[in-house]
Ligand binder design. Structure first.
Ligand code: HEM
Ligand code: HEM
Length: 157
């Protein structure tokens, strides 16, 4: 994977936009359940915020992955090859995987008519839990280890 000195302003904007959208998708999920029931009863559903947030996440994360793979990202802090660096890298890979898999699960329900609501909800909760752990690690780096890590995701130098 290509290593560069910083995150670009586009990578930073996408990181925070996707984080906010994931929170909004999670908070609006009940509306999707109601819309799905209405659709199954043959009613018109109209605009469903959860589906809009989820589809926005899917497209922005695909864009983000393309940028990640072509432009690269800064190396995780710590000794190269150490457990700490490996854990950070695998944690980020897991987040990317969940950020793609969860909306695809949503697509299989909403557009594919598949009965995957429970699995979709379960993996959405796993995504939220991993993201929370990720945010706590970022705060730990910034405020306890005092290595200024969060600055990398705030401003491109
Ligand atoms: C990261 C993005 C997403 C998150 C975090 C998320 C989260 C959730 C959660 C927590 C539920 C509740 C499940 C339950 O309690 O049973 C849910 C349900 C649902 N989501 Fe998503 N979702 C996302 C993307 C999508 C997308 C892209 C679509 C459609 C294209 C979608 C369609 C649905 C539908 C139709 C339900 C209702 C399922 C049912 O009642 O069986 N979701 N989502
Ligand atoms: C739903 C919420 C979130 C998701 C899905 C998420 C996802 C990610 C991913 C996948 C990366 C790796 C970027 C890459 O290398 O391409 C990353 C980096 C980062 N995130 Fe988040 N994030 C979320 C919320 C947060 C929050 C709340 C904070 C701050 C408290 C935060 C701070 C950071 C920092 C500082 C980095 C850079 C880490 C480094 O340089 O090694 N993130 N995030």
């Amino acid at each position: 994977m290509k290593t560069v000195a910083n995150y670009s302003s586009v990578q930073i904007a996408l990181h925070w936009a996707v984080a906010v959208l994931i929170l909004l998708a999670w908070l609006s999920a009940e509306g999707a359940e109601e819309a799905l029931e209405a659709a199954e009863d043959g009613a018109a559903t109209g605009f469903v915020p959860h589906v809009a947030f989820g589809m926005a996440i899917l497209s922005l994360v695909v864009l983000r992955l393309v940028i990640r793979l072509t432009r690269g990202a800064p190396a995780a802090p710590g000794v190269p090859g150490s457990l700490q660096v490996k854990a950070a890298n695998w944690g980020h890979r897991l987040l990317y995987l969940l950020m793609i898999a969860v909306p695809l699960g949503g697509v299989s329900i909403w557009f594919g008519g598949m009965d995957n609501g429970d699995i979709h909800g379960l993996f959405a909760n796993v995504l939220l839990a991993v993201a929370l752990g990720h945010a706590l690690m970022a705060l730990y780096h910034h405020y306890v280890l005092k290595d200024g890590l969060i600055r990398r995701m705030m401003k491109a130098d």
